[in-house]
Design a protein around this ligand. Structure first.
Ligand code: GDP
Length: 297
């Protein structure tokens, strides 16, 4: 289960303060020390931890919340509010183009779950948004990647546009958009190449695809299990090509939670979806408040 350690520690800490009818600054300070340890242990970015502790401490000492709660309950509410804010506050929906097709570019490092997420996203778009997606295989470096997407397409009975490995990704994107127009697809999802590391050649290629296809969304797929690395990858991709949102995969595993709590604050880009398993129906919209509730119990 994701966040297990963090949840246990925070719940334990907050339990102690919850019943208190009167709270001193020293109580807040002691609690904050424990919250700080819990967040660091969960691999949350240090700068993010510092800001979080500062905000919660100020609010907890100031006690600007509801009169109906005891001081202890108020502090717990402040922690929950700020945890929610840290993850972006509101759920952030997909931005659809005013004029079809909506173009979504999927980017990320190899193994993060990009191709799987492409299939899952198409499933969500078809089921919940009534769309007719076209999947585009633009990873020309790995024939296996194209095959993987084609297999997913067959499994989902969704068309996959591919031109093999001899045509440039930009040209593939160009022809895919023409195909979408012709066949009346209202969403085009471009599965781009991933590499093992962030590198210049990859970024240039992604910039070129971006310039040509003018995507409404650029989703970075990152693996939650990689913690702070996921945050650094998000920062690099955002600086190099500009992303519009993050899909955090493998949240069904026992990730400590650092990436989920840090990405928004470090990149200022929202987590839009979370991957909760390998199956095609295991993609969920990311709800900061629900996640905060899950962590705080
Ligand atoms: P890509 O190289 O980024 O395209 O990665 P893939 O889509 O091939 O995924 C790599 C591996 O991660 C595959 O075995 C997927 O089944 C797995 N995977 C992807 N998303 C999730 C997820 O949310 N949870 C779990 N448990 N596995 C996932």
């Amino acid at each position: 289960m994701a966040f297990e350690g963090l949840a246990q520690r925070l719940q334990g800490t907050l339990q102690k303060i919850k019943g208190k009818g009167k709270i001193t600054e020293a109580d807040v300070k002691e609690m904050m020390r424990e919250v700080r340890f819990a967040l660091i242990e969960a691999d949350v970015n240090l700068k993010v931890v510092k800001e979080f502790i500062k905000t919660v401490s100020e609010r907890a000492v100031g006690q600007d919340v509801m009169k109906s709660l005891t001081p202890g309950q108020q502090v717990v509410k402040i922690v929950k509010d700020e945890l929610t804010a840290l993850m972006g506050g509101e759920q952030n929906p997909i931005q659809f183009a005013r004029k079809s097709p909506t173009v979504i570019m999927m980017v990320g490092l190899q193994g993060a779950g990009k191709t799987t997420t492409t299939g899952k996203l198409a499933t969500v778009l078809r089921k919940r948004h009534n769309k007719k997606p076209l999947l585009v295989a633009a990873d020309v470096y790995r024939p296996a990647a194209i095959q993987q997407l084609e297999t997913l397409g067959k499994q989902l009975t969704l068309p996959v546009f591919s031109l093999g490995t001899e045509v440039s990704p930009v040209e593939i994107a160009r022809q895919a958009l023409a195909e979408a127009e012709k066949e009346h697809h209202d969403v085009v999802i471009i599965d781009t190449a991933g590499r093992l590391h962030v590198d210049e050649a990859l970024m240039q290629e992604l910039k070129d695809i971006r310039a040509l296809s003018k995507p409404d969304e650029v989703f970075l797929v990152v693996d939650a299990m990689t913690g702070q690395d996921a945050v650094n990858v998000a920062k690099s991709f955002d600086e190099a090509i500009g992303i519009t949102g993050v899909v955090l995969t493998k949240l069904d595993g026992d990730t400590r939670g650092g990436a989920a709590l840090s990405i928004r604050s470090v990149t200022e880009k929202p987590i839009k979806f979370v991957g909760m398993g390998e199956k095609m129906d295991a993609l969920e919209p990311f709800h900061p408040e629900r996640m905060a509730s899950r962590i705080l119990g």
